[in-house]
Design a protein around this ligand. Sequence first.
Ligand code: 13P
Ligand code: SF4
Length: 354
Amino acid sequence: SPSDPDLVERARKAKEKLGDKVFVLGHHYQRDEVIQFADVTGDSFKLARDAAARPEAEYIVFCGVHFMAESADILTSDDQKVVLPDLAAGCSMADMATAEQVAECWDVLTEAGIAEQVVPVSYMNSSADIKAFTGKHGGTICTSSNAKRALDWAFEQGEKVLFLPDQHLGRNTAVRDMGMSLEDCVLYNPHKPNGGLTADELRAAKMILWRGHCSVHGRFSLDSVNDVRERIPGVNVLVHPECKHEVVAAADHVGSTEYIIKALEAAPAGSKWAIGTELNLVRRLANRFAPEGKEIVFLDKTVCFCSTMNRIDLPHLVWTLESLAEGNLVNRIEVDKETEAFAKLALERMLALP
Ligand code: 13P
Ligand code: SF4
């Protein structure tokens, strides 16, 4: 939808008044009306690095979701303030792994006698508490663009990986990129005693996958892929690795949001693409590449926007920028010192991956 010209003008003015004091980050899944004010756009990996590279900005306005703002706070200096324009912009996947559940899981692994062999690898899409757990137990963070490198590293440190919280990214990376079999993976269900697994099952596994998923990407199905192939002969199916294993196995290409953008930039005119990722990004790419004769469709019309990403809209951004311009620090995201120290360890291991 076109943005309200009055709000656009107010955002522009407030941002101009703030000048170099503010740096606005926009995740690829954000609305167009928000993305137009982003100083930089990217996937979660790129934005984590970009936030850390702006020490002169007093305010980092993070147009994305809560775990991304937490990561930015962890990676920036203490006097920089990270602001999330709507505090209700969470992530259902990140909420699927709580600190208590993960501590309990570690007890289960200890009981089974395997905790010393296990290296935790946590997806960026997790709370600061989970990142701190990961750092404390010698593990690393990964994103969808470096999951294979993170697993390569982890299997140099130990024999088994506990992958949190996205079972699909964990399984897809293990099977597609690491040559493991589905039998090498077990699913730990935090709502069942002992994760629903026996000690023998845990001892036999190489990958212990947390039972979490993305409520958006998890909705693409094998039918979505089969239907689009029937509808559009010659279509290239390109999906995000948060999709289910059967969807990823049926797709032609798999990759993070940055990968998807690069693949479409490199695609020849006349090529046809069905994309399985968040709708704001797919629409933007369809509009951007239509003039070059690239036909881009959304993989499954019954799948919707990420509702929490969409909570950041122009009215929230205007309110945030105007408040900051008037000297009112609103919606600050601040991770406590102890959590920050351990979470930073895990994030720095990620940033140091080869
Ligand atoms: P990336 O930006 O790392 O591709 O992650 C996708 C996602 O779901 C972010 O919430
Ligand atoms: Fe979370 Fe999925 Fe939304 Fe990303 S797209 S913020 S993983 S619910």
